[in-house]
Design a protein around this ligand. Structure first.
Ligand code: NAP
Length: 320
């Protein structure tokens, strides 16, 4: 016989996980949030958030702190743990961590988000931390007065460029297509900086440098100059080419819970094909990945999990 650690395990303390924890705790359930890093998720690398209702302009770190404090003030417990497996059984779930712990829960909410996609080019791994970075907010200040490149064309890349331009000597945004994916409200701001330049229709072939980044080698993707090469001398490279889902701890579950890209499939109640297992935020299949949609998921899943536990596990023993 093993005791339940808590009613609900929330895996990941980004906005989706923190909201799920807040709602579940407020509904009277015991909740443990298992986070392998600092609470806040991708909010921690957002310099400025301007589209979270109620906050015209908030620093990502401040919003992360506020959400974390709110969840814990209602009784949610946040612990440092790297989850390696979630195993469903008839009385709930066993959750394994990289520290070798095994914990029992009645329901699980996967809120583990995504991690940065790499470019996969020569020089990238060897020069990571030596000029190659995946977080402008974390590392940008090291490049004050220097020339940097931002690779990508989404909201993150453009947001990073706008942030870095305030203290870098020059910022070159390199995008593989002729049009940015980022919202117009962000791309419109690029022209207000004299030190931001854009290189469209180009992909990075190689990151060069002897112990530190010195240049990126670019190859044209434009039809009229296909495969033309150029070298862009830079001191830093900020890679912002999107994300990949983080859900390998569910890989052994014998149910069709993943789509072809590895995101978790759910219904609109955030329920997966496994009873008692929910997925929220960026890690689930959805059309819009924002803090607002993450917190919405967290609320929905927590209410659904609460109803599931009440209906299916009405006799609350302390042991599995
Ligand atoms: P994203 O929207 O997926 O954009 C990734 C960008 O990288 C795209 O422009 C893509 O090019 C490019 N790319 C992908 N693989 C590449 C490769 N191998 N080589 C070169 N370029 C590559 O990712 P994101 O900007 O990180 O945003 C992730 C999510 O967070 C999005 O849903 C976004 O809206 C959200 N977000 C929102 C905000 C905000 O609301 N202010 C801020 C940040 C992020 P293509 O365009 O050609 O595909």
């Amino acid at each position: 016989m093993k005791e339940y650690t808590s009613d609900i395990a929330v895996i990941g303390a980004g906005p989706a996980g923190l909201t799920a924890a807040l709602y579940a705790a407020r509904a009277g359930f015991s909740v443990r949030v298992l986070e392998g890093s600092a609470p806040g998720g991708q909010m921690l690398s957002a310099h400025m958030i301007e589209n979270y209702p109620g906050y015209a302009s908030a620093s990502g770190m401040d919003l992360a702190d506020t959400m974390t404090a709110h969840a814990t003030s209602l009784g949610a417990e946040i612990v440092f743990a790297d989850v390696t497996a979630v195993i469903p059984h008839e009385n709930g779930f066993t959750v394994r961590t990289s520290a070798g712990d095994e914990e029992e829960y009645r329901a699980v909410i996967a809120a583990s988000g995504t991690k940065c996609r790499k470019l996969g080019v020569p020089g990238e791994d060897a020069l990571t931390g030596r000029g190659v970075s995946y977080c402008a907010v974390c590392d940008g200040r090291f490049f004050t007065g220097k020339d940097v490149a931002v690779i990508g064309g989404g909201n993150t890349a453009i947001g990073d460029a706008l942030y870095l331009a305030k203290f870098c000597k020059s910022v070159t945004v390199v995008h593989r297509r002729d049009r940015f994916r980022a919202e117009k409200v962000l791309t419109d701001r690029l022209s207000s900086f004299d030190n931001i330049r854009t290189v469209m229709n180009a992909r990075v072939e190689k990151i060069e440098g002897d112990g530190r980044v010195e240049a990126v080698e670019l190859v044209s993707t434009a039809a009229d100059s296909l495969s033309e090469r150029s070298v862009l001398p830079v001191d830093g490279v900020f890679v912002a080419v999107g994300n990949i889902p983080t859900a390998s701890y569910l890989a052994d579950i014998d149910a069709p819970i993943f789509d072809e890209s590895g995101y978790i499939r759910t219904d609109e109640r955030c329920a997966t094909a496994v009873p008692g297992l929910y997925a929220v935020g960026d890690v689930r299949v959805k059309s819009l990945r924002q803090i607002t949609t993450a917190v919405s998921d967290g609320a929905v899943a927590a209410v659904e999990a609460a109803e599931y536990l009440t209906a299916h596990m009405p006799v609350y023993g302390t042991s599995v």
